[in-house]
Design a protein. Structure first.
Length: 328
């Protein structure tokens, strides 16, 4: 048994194996507490809910790897979705042709990318702190969105938009396929490209990275630009799922994306972290959310649990590293 564990640990990594064990324990616990947990309806619901949170987490992941943070992810997603909704509304609403949707998607991606670029440029070239810059962008986008929508929702989209948020291909939800595609792109970018290497170097030591010949300002700008693009993808998926757009959609996701990154082993100070452990952490959090919902937990209580869980993750990680240092 011990040898089997050691082989799995060497093959998967201690962090991934630990997350897998935790996931199995959580599934067993909720499966025992609620017979509906393992039903096809509940599993399908989780498969459709995971992508929007997952895409926003990918948007949060890369800035954290560089030692920064993007607090504007949900509002960037919403303003991008508002852009798509506006294009559809101006081309006939429910009767808008597919060409209008294509133009709207391009416009939404452009808006999200632009928001990320502005944040990255200010952080890299002005030297402002990422928290302050992303907080300012969050306030700006929220105020702009409230002004444009008068605090209400925009709804009424063509029928061909619905499958993007609710459809399936070969039995797999389309949003989940989009998320898996984004995960693969992020994994390749971080592990196989010069930009990914530079992002890790920035998080480890920005001064040493600068002296090594890497264009740190350009890398940092690109990091936030790509984060904004991923937010736009998430916004499009959210609009398709809810069949409406509102500035406050997914506002509570900011906490959960940070929690998923830290639970997945991403160093909060930057320089270390991988995509696949973060995906596992996302699945764990989605399982916890669905399990608490089936058990009838109050939504506000569930939000409080996320905060306590984040503190617990930090304490456990500190204890783990402290114990490891003593062993060596």
């Amino acid at each position: 048994m011990v040898k089997t564990y050691e082989k799995l640990r060497d093959m998967l990594g201690a962090e991934v194996l630990g997350l897998l064990v935790f996931l199995v324990l959580v599934v067993i616990a909720f499966g025992s507490a609620s017979p509906q947990f393992m039903s096809a309806a509940n599993l399908g619901s989780m498969a459709f809910q995971l992508p929007e949170l997952g895409l926003l987490t990918l948007a949060m992941l890369v800035p954290i790897l560089t030692g920064g943070l993007n607090l504007a992810i949900t509002f960037t997603a919403n303003i991008s979705a508002l852009t798509l909704a506006w294009v559809l509304q101006t081309h006939g609403g429910v009767d808008a042709p597919p060409s209008a949707f294509f133009i709207g998607v391009i416009a939404a991606l452009a808006v999200g990318t632009l928001a990320g670029f502005v944040m990255g440029w200010v952080i890299a070239y002005i030297g402002a702190h990422p928290i302050l810059v992303s907080l300012a962008m969050m306030i700006f986008l929220r105020g702009l969105g409230e002004f444009l929508t008068h605090g209400g929702d925009i709804s009424g989209f063509p029928d061909y938009v619905r499958p993007l948020g609710h459809g399936s291909f070969l039995g797999i939800p389309i949003p989940l396929l989009i998320f898996f595609g984004a995960v693969l792109v992020w994994h390749v970018m971080l592990s196989r490209t010069r930009h990914g290497f530079s992002a890790y170097m920035l998080g480890s030591n920005i001064e040493a990275t600068r002296y090594s010949g890497i264009h740190t300002k350009r890398t940092l700008t690109l990091v936030y630009t790509l984060s904004g693009t991923m937010c736009a993808v998430a916004g499009i998926i959210m609009m398709s799922r809810f069949n409406s757009v509102r500035v406050g959609h997914g506002e509570a996701y900011i906490l959960i994306t940070v929690l998923a990154c830290f639970l997945g082993g991403v160093d909060p100070f930057g320089g270390f972290g991988r995509v696949f452990p973060v995906v596992l952490a996302l699945i764990i959090l989605q399982v916890l959310s669905s399990g608490l919902n089936l058990l009838g937990a109050n939504q506000h209580l569930a939000t409080a649990v996320w905060g306590l869980f984040l503190i617990a993750v930090m304490v456990i990680r500190w204890l783990w590293h402290h114990f490891a240092r003593k062993q060596t």
